[in-house]
Design a binder for this molecule. Sequence first.
Ligand code: NDP
Length: 331
Amino acid sequence: MRWGLIGASNIAADHMIGALRAGGGTMHSVLSSSADRARDYAARHGVESACSDLDQMLDDPDLDAVYISTTNEKHFAQAMAAIKAGKHVLCEKPLAMSVSDAVTMVRAAEQAGLVFATNHHLRNAGSHLAIRDLVQSGRLGEVLSLRVFHAVYLPPHLQGWRVDNPAAGGGVIPDITVHDADTVRFHLGEDPVSVVAMATQSGLGKGVEDSVMSVWQMPSGTQVQAHESFTHRFAGSGVEIHGTKGSVIARNVMTQQPVGQIELRIEGGVEAIEFSDHNLYERAVGLFADAVAGKGRPAADGRDGICSLAIAMAVAEAARSGRRTDVDYGG
Ligand code: NDP
């Protein structure tokens, strides 16, 4: 598959170009708002051509699919243009700045018969696949609650628009709560109905929240507690799922790397759970390529991206208003 990179970004350089190549893809073109940056990025990463005009990039019959990793406020217009040009789309999270825009782009891709995926990496991790298997196996019994802790320290090279630019989609809620929303949905197989939340600035955020805690009500009655932050240097991440027959305790699994530890606590003892250490992004790209070839569906599709955004938007609104907020999935 010949890929166009929309956005000369860190995530493409650090993870996705390698994953796209591992999936047999070629880096056909890269788009930046700056022609110089596009040329420089193309040269550094072995991309065949560089451009700064989206229509020109998309008006290329050799291009099969695009990977969108610009700042969040650009995703909607760029995805709509790519869909109009007949390209398959792998889009970064959050899909858009509003649920209605996300719904519009996902519906447009469906109507055009194109594959549209959301780059939620965590559900591709061997750790999370193993956790979900445990939940589905019934070994936990009835699930009572889930706690996700994803309070980390944002590396200095990423402390740009994320910490000071609300118009570009900055803030920890669009950045990390969306990932936790997707992960919770993946494990529990249901979508929260309403949320309460409090957000704050704890040292990095200027004009945007850098920390948030929220509690979600699931249709089954399972309670979910989530904590995301950019400012916690030593907390470590994890997820715990507690059921009537057992608890799964996973540490250091809310990460881009195939790492972490999982244990199952049940009557009679503690069991270490083994899991695959495959690359998260390569799995996502592989499933995307299969979907383009007519086999199966992406790991996280457009509907998954709408839901994770809707939950994050509800958390943001609950924190802003101080009220319990229903999640609006956009119909
Ligand atoms: P970056 O800040 O690296 O890139 C975003 C945009 O910023 C680029 O498209 C580029 O614009 C511009 N930019 C980057 N570096 C420079 C520079 N030195 N000077 C001027 N402009 C620059 O963003 P990230 O890679 O951190 O995130 C991009 C998207 O990917 C976001 O939507 C984010 O939420 C998502 N993301 C997803 C992850 C995942 O695991 N799924 C992980 C990390 C990010 P231009 O293209 O116009 O040059």
